[in-house]
Design a protein around this ligand. Structure first.
Ligand code: RB5
Length: 152
């Protein structure tokens, strides 16, 4: 599986930990930045990763900022993206099984690397359950379609 990963300045160290873990597990990881401590804007990196998933360049994405919130809000603006902010393994499993989440976001100022790696392991080890959940995920897509092109 190909995974797109990105972060802002708050998430650089955790991104490297997560990317190393994913590569050790055999995933193909493409890093969309940022690198270094210079302050950057999280929507720029959320967009790169979300668009990589949207266009099929990657099957899934991981985004890390200080809280994970800005990355989640931004990534979810790209149609077809279901980005889930997870700071516990229960949510990481359920967002795959129930929501078919395709992007995981985390906050490097909220959790440590040990828990983050457990969350990543859980997220990438769980599968969409389908059934009644497929109907609900389709209703998410319907919201996107109904609002496409509307200004108000
Ligand atoms: C950057 O200071 C911070 O706002 C960002 O990393 C993130 O927490 C936004 O949601």
């Amino acid at each position: 599986m190909r995974i797109a990963i990105g972060c802002d300045h708050a998430g650089v160290d955790l991104k490297h930990e997560v990317a190393r873990f994913l590569k050790e597990q055999g995933f193909e990881v493409t890093d969309f930045g940022t690198e270094g401590a210079e302050s950057v804007d999280y929507p720029d990196y959320a967009r790169k990763v979300a668009e990589a998933v949207r266009t099929g360049q990657a099957e899934r994405g991981v985004l890390i900022c200080g809280t994970g919130i800005g990355m989640s809000i931004s990534a979810n603006k790209v149609p077809g993206i279901r980005a889930a902010l997870c700071h516990d393994v229960y949510s990481a499993r359920l967002t795959r099984e129930d929501n078919d989440a395709n992007v995981l976001t985390m906050g490097a100022r909220v959790i440590g690397a040990g828990l983050a790696v457990e969350i990543v392991k859980t997220f990438f080890g769980a599968d969409f359950a389908g059934g009644r959940h497929a109907r609900r995920v389709e209703k998410i897509a319907r919201i996107e379609r109904d609002w496409a092109g509307r200004s108000g």
